[in-house]
Structures are given as C-alpha cells and as structure tokens.
Design a protein around this ligand. Sequence first.
Ligand code: PBG
Length: 336
Amino acid sequence: MSARFTTLGRYPTTRLRRNRGEGWSRRLVAEHKLSVDDLIWPVFVQEGANSRTPVASMPGVDRLSIDLFAEAAKEARDLGIPAVAIFPETDPAAKTPDAREAYNPGNLVCRAITAVKKAVPDIGIICDVALDPFNSDGHDGIVRDGRILNDESVEALVKQAIVQTEAGADIQAPSDMMDGRIGAIRTALDAKGYHHEQIMSYAAKYASAFYNPFRDAIGSSGALKGDKKTYQMDYANSDEALREVGLDIEEGADMVMVKPGLPYLDIVRRVKDTFGVPTYAYQVSGEYAMLKGAADRGWLDWNKVLIETLTGFKRAGCDGILTYGAVDAARLLKSK
Ligand code: PBG
C-alpha cells in the first residue's frame, strides 16, 4: 500500500462510500422508508355536481364537487392512501360573523363526509375544526371589536366537531389554535358516546406566509382581516411548541401535528423525541406551490423533490404527512 494514505486519518480503512456503491446496498442500509401508509391527502370541495375548479396558485390541484370527490377518494383508497382531509369552499353568502354555517349539519363538509363514507367506507376521514371557511372575517375564531374571542370560539368549534362526527368523520383535526379546545371537544364527543372518534390536534401551528394558496382555494383570503398572529404561533419559537403539544396531549389529543412542514422539521424532531406520540406534519399549500411551480417551469423534477421532501419528514420523526402530492406519491411508490 502506498504510504500517502497514512496521512489521511482513518482513510482508507473507513470508506463511507462503500455502502453507497450499488443500488441494492443503498436499499439495504436505508434508515427511513416512505410508504403509502404515511400519506394523508387534503382535498378541497365545492358545491355543484360533476365539476372541478383549478386552484390557480396550486397548479395540478382542483377543487372538487362532492361526487367527484367520492370518486377521487375511491382512487386514493385503491392506491392505499389511509385517509383524506376535507376543506370546503363555502358560499360567501353563507359566511357570517358568528360562523354558524360551521355547525349546520347540512353544510358542504358534512354532505361530503357522508358521501365519501358511503362510497368508500374504508378510508379515514379527517375534518378541520376551525371557523375560517365560514367566518365573514376569515378568522379561525369569532371576532368582536377586532379581537379573536377564545372561549366563545371554542363553543362554536365544539358544535362544529359534533356535526362533523355525526356526519361520519373519523378524526377531528382542530386547526384553530384557541386555548382549551382539545379538552372541550374531547369532553363533548365523549358525552355524546363518540369514544372511538379520534382527535388529531394541529398542536404546533405557526402563523405562516405559506398558507396563502390554501386561503385562495377555500375563498377566505379576500375575507381575512389582519393576520392570525394572536392565536397561531410565532415562528421564532420552539420551546413554546412543546408546551402547546404537551397541553393538547393532556387534554386528550390522540395525534399531534406540526404545521407548516419543511421549515419546521426541527419542531417535528423535538416533538417526537419529547412525547413519542403519533406525530404528523402538514406540507402546506405554499410548500406545494413552491415545488410544483418550479417543476412546471422545468427547474425541479417534481417526482424527485416530492419523494425527497416526504422522506425528509419521515427522517425528522413524522409518522405521516399531509400532502397535496399524496396521490402522485402513492403512484410513484407503487410503480417502484
Ligand atoms: C384553517 C387552515 C389553514 C390551513 C389548514 N387549515 C389556513 C390558515 O390557518 O390560515 C392551511 C393549509 C395549507 O396551507 O395547505 N384553519
């Protein structure tokens, strides 16, 4: 052996490239694997029949009428996707300051839940609990004199969670960030005998500029007055996320979520390491728009960045990911 190697530390005894040399070896040493079981597909629904409307700021994503949503849910189930999350575009005429449409048992969400449950009984249905699709102020809670009222909002959220559960939803996912809502919803569900219906708490949800395309999709961006910084978290904070998650678990959350996703993987890791509970992240609309928008211009390879980012979520400690790319990812994983 040539003497020149002796000056380079442990090289060549230790060569980390050895395990990377062949595809079969890379597969053998892979630490994390993305599977279709990790995917939750968020879907936007609209009124009407046999109709779809492209969401301009989310290329490739359409808002679907309930019948098309039921068909799409069947497809998702056939691909092996465990669950869908429903987000409604509410008729502006139905939006009021008290957001009462949120707990109208005949609202678009409830009809969508019932239709999908009937068409595809074996896919999980997750529903947001928040008032922003129904509130004329575009806020997640009830606004009075420019303030978002906590306890009054929680009362409305509890009613919303109940009608959604009665319609057949499996998981209530409070995304409103009011204090105490998890405990209030758990208590109300149990009082009604819904002991098995789960709660996935948007526990560490940050006030983020990455939600804009979502607000376009559900038609709340025009309505929104001000920002959501008095209830959603400051992105400068990390310890506070652990307090939020800890409280939600104490109050009865079965699963917790961090949101947005990619810029917050450090939070995912801390939450998973601290609590060891089922932990999810939401690859939100702005993250999707960034990747898809660049891919559509030929600057990124969509399939590759999708799988890379989703695997990154797994590596950070996620048990699953909400992603608008769920169907694409499921197809890619199947064809592999
Ligand atoms: C509503 C809600 C939002 C998202 C999910 N639920 C937006 C917001 O808080 O303003 C964002 C999802 C996304 O951007 O994809 N409470």
